[in-house]
Design a binder for this molecule. Structure first.
Ligand code: RIB
Length: 291
C-alpha cells in the first residue's frame, strides 16, 4: 500500500517518572513508580498522524528487544506502517523523562538503534504516491538532510521539526516546504520570525506553547491561538502531536494555516493525558472539541 505520508525519525521507550521537583546537580530526589510508554519524536509524529486518519509509515530503527516490541505494537495498533522500520543490533532508543506537577518535562535521550537510520535507508525508499515527508531529529543529521533532498527532488513536500535543535546545512533548509521550531529555537536561528524564511524554507511555524503557533510565510505571519484545556497533565510529545497532525492535514491537501489550526487542537488534547503516544486523540475526539 502506498502511504501519502512518510515520517523519518526516532522511536524510543519513554521511561517516565513523576517528581515533585527536578534534582539540582549532585542531588537525589525520590519520584513515583516508573512507567514505560512508547515514544520517540518520529514514532510519536507518525502515531499522531495515523490517529487522525493519515495513511502513514515510519522510517526508523528499533533494537531486537522488549522495548522494540513495545514500539512496534504501539505503531501497528495505531495504524502506522512499519515495513520501513528496520531491526538494529543496537538497543532500542530510551528516553528518561521526569514530569513535574505543572505537567512540564525534562528528557535525556539515549538514541541507541536510532543512530542506525542511514542515508542508504533513504536511498531504498520509493516516493511514489508520497505527498509529504516529515522529519525530526534524534536520528543522524546526515540522514535527515539526505531524506529532505531526495524527497524534494521527487516533488514531495518536506516538513522538518527541528527538534532537538541542531545545525542543519543551508542546502537542506533551502529544500524545505515547512520548518517547525519552538520560539527558543527560532530565536537561536534568526532575529525575527519572518527572517526564518531567509534560511530557505518556503514557510515556517513557530510553536508558542500555551499561546498557540505562528505560521510564517512570504505573504506575512498568521497567529493561530491555542485551544484552552481544563487541565494540563503532561506536555510530553505535544510538539510531535502538532507535527503529526499538521503533516496529516498537509498530506490530505489542506492549506498550511488550516492544517495548523487543526494541529493546534490535536496538541491541546494531547496535554490532557499522560505520556506521548497514549495521549494522542482520534479524528472523532478532535471534531468533538469546540473552537
Ligand atoms: O518529544 C517527546 C519525545 O522526545 C519523547 O517521547 C521522547 O522519546 C523524546 O524523544
Amino acid at each position: 500500500m502506498t502511504n501519502s505520508l512518510l515520517v523519518l525519525g526516532s522511536a524510543n521507550a519513554d521511561l517516565v517518572v513523576e517528581v515533585g521537583r527536578r534534582p539540582a546537580g549532585g542531588e537525589t530526589v525520590l519520584g513515583g513508580d516508573t512507567v514505560v510508554l512508547p515514544g520517540g519524536k518520529g514514532a510519536n509524529t507518525a502515531v499522531a498522524a495515523a490517529r487522525v486518519g493519515a495513511s502513514v509509515a515510519l522510517v526508523g530503527a528499533l533494537g531486537d528487544d522488549g522495548y522494540g516490541t513495545l514500539l512496534r505494537e504501539s505503531l501497528e495498533s495505531s495504524g502506522v506502517g512499519t515495513a520501513l522500520v528496520k531491526t538494529s543490533p543496537r538497543p532500542t532508543g530510551i528516553a528518561y523523562i521526569t514530569v513535574t506537577p505543572d505537567g512540564e518535562n525534562s528528557i535525556v535521550v539515549s538514541p541507541g538503534a536510532n543512530q542506525d537510520v542511514t542515508p542508504s535507508d533513504v536511498d531504498a525508499l520509493s516516493f511514489d504516491g508520497v505527498r509529504v515527508l516529515t522529519c525530526s531529529l534524534e536520528v543522524p543529521l546526515e540522514t535527515v538532510g539526505h531524506a529532505i533532498e531526495v524527497a524534494a527532488r521527487a516533488g514531495v513536500r518536506t516538513v522538518l521539526n527541528l527538534s532537538p535543535v541542531a545545525p542543519m546545512p543551508a542546502a537542506t533548509l533551502g529544500q524545505l516546504s515547512v520548518l517547525i521550531v519552538n520560539e527558543h529555537e527560532a530565536a537561536q536561528l534568526a532575529p525575527t520570525w519572518q527572517d526564518l524564511l531567509d534560511l530557505g524554507p518556503e514557510a515556517a511555524i513557530v510553536t508558542l506553547g500555551s499561546r498557540g503557533v505562528a505560521v510564517v510565510a512570504a505573504s506575512g505571519t498568521v497567529e493561530v491561538p491555542a485551544v484552552e484545556v481544563a487541565e494540563v497533565v503532561d506536555t510530553t510529545g505535544a510538539g510531535d502531536a502538532f507535527a503529526g497532525a499538521l503533516s496529516a492535514r498537509l498530506a490530505a491537501g489542506d492549506p498550511l494555516p488550516d492544517a495548523a489550526r487543526y494541529a493546534v487542537k490535536v496538541a491541546a488534547l494531547s496535554v490532557t493525558k499522560s505520556g506521548a503516544q497514549p495521549s494522542y486523540p482520534t479524528e472523532a475526539e478532535v471534531s468533538a472539541l469546540a473552537g
